[in-house]
Design a protein around this ligand. Structure first.
Ligand code: ADP
Ligand code: ADP
Length: 237
C-alpha cells in the first residue's frame, strides 16, 4: 500500500511540484498518472522512492515512512521499488545480463558486484526476469545493440530482478513508436497481473492510459484533479 496524506513538494526554485496530494494505492493496482507537461506526474512518482524529497505531509510505502527517511532506510525502500525511465538508463556498452544484474545490487556484497562474481541465485533471478519480458536470447548482447523497445524491456527486467513490490515507470513509452509502446505497456500489465506487483506509470496520452489502467489519476498544477476508472474518464473529458 502506498499512502499520500496531504503531501506537498516545494522545489528549491520555489515551484510547487505537488500541492496537498492525498491518495491511497492498494497493493496490486495498475495506476496510470496523466496530465500535461509540468502537471507534477514525475514529481508524484519520484516521491514514492524518495528521489524527490517531500516538503510536508506524510508518505508511506508498505508501512515505511518515506518522508524524512534517509540513509539505510531509504536504500531499503529503493530495493523494494523498481524504476523505469523514458530514456531506459541502461549501461550501453554492458551486456543485457549485466544491466539486469544491477537490479540485484542491493542483495549482493559490493565486492561481488565489483568483480562480477554474482551468486548463482542472482544470475538465475536475472534470467527469470529476462524470460518474463521475452528477451532472454539477448542476454549476452550489448544493450546498445538492441532496439528502443527491447532496451525498455531490459529496463523492466532490471526492475523485476529487484523483486520489488512496486514498479514506477516515468514516461516509459514517450520515446517509442505506438506499436512498441503497446508492447511495453503489455509487459508492464503482465507483470502486474502475474506477479501482483503494484505499477504506477506516467503517460502523456489518455488513450493508452484507458486501455491499461485499473485506475487513472489526472493531475494539474501539482494537484489531483481526477481519480477514477478508465470508464469514468468519458464523463470527465
Ligand atoms: P510532469 O511530470 O507532469 O511534466 P513535473 O513533476 O516534472 O511534471 O514538474 C512539476 C513542476 O515542478 C513543473 O513546474 C516543473 O517545472 C517543476 N520541477 C520539476 N522538477 C524540478 C526541479 N528539479 N527543480 C525545480 N522545479 C522542478
Ligand atoms: P504465481 O503464483 O502467479 O505463479 P509466483 O509468485 O509463484 O507467481 O512467481 C512465479 C515466478 O515468478 C517464479 O519463478 C518466481 O520466482 C518469480 N517471481 C515472483 N515474484 C517475483 C518478483 N517480484 N520479481 C521477479 N520474479 C518474481
Amino acid at each position: 500500500m502506498i499512502r499520500f496524506d496531504d503531501v506537498s513538494v516545494l522545489y528549491p526554485t520555489g515551484t510547487k511540484g505537488l500541492d496537498g496530494v492525498s491518495l491511497e494505492i492498494p497493493d496490486g493496482q495498475f495506476v496510470v498518472v496523466v496530465g500535461l507537461s509540468g502537471a507534477g506526474k514525475s514529481t508524484l512518482i519520484r516521491t514514492i522512492n524518495g528521489i524527490v524529497p517531500t516538503s510536508s505531509g506524510t508518505l508511506e510505502v508498505d508501512g515505511f515512512r518515506v518522508d524524512g527517511a534517509a540513509g539505510r532506510g531509504l536504500r531499503r525502500l529503493r530495493a523494494r521499488v523498481g524504476m523505469i525511465f523514458q530514456s531506459f538508463n541502461l549501461v550501453p556498452r554492458s551486456t543485457v545480463l549485466s544491466n539486469v544484474l544491477t537490479g540485484r545490487l542491493h542483495a549482493t556484497p559490493w565486492w561481488r558486484a565489483l568483480f562480477g562474481w554474482w551468486r548463482k541465485a542472482d544470475t538465475e533471478r536475472a534470467f527469470q526476469a529476462l524470460e518474463r519480458v521475452g528477451i532472454v536470447e539477448k542476454a549476452y548482447n550489448r544493450a546498445s545493440a538492441l532496439s528502443g523497445g527491447q532496451q525498455q524491456r531490459v529496463a523492466i527486467a532490471r526492475a523485476l530482478a529487484q523483486e520489488p513490490s512496486v514498479i514506477l515507470a516515468d514516461e516509459p513509452v514517450a520515446s517509442l513508436d505506438p506499436p512498441t509502446a503497446d508492447m511495453v505497456m503489455r509487459d508492464l500489465q503482465r507483470i502486474n497481473r502475474e506477479l501482483g506487483i503494484t505499477v504506477v506509470v506516467n503517460l502523456h496520452f489518455l488513450d493508452l492510459a484507458t486501455r491499461y489502467a485499473d485506475r487513472i489519476i489526472g493531475m494539474r498544477a501539482g494537484r489531483v484533479v481526477f481519480d477514477g476508472t478508465p470508464a469514468q474518464t468519458d464523463d470527465a473529458v
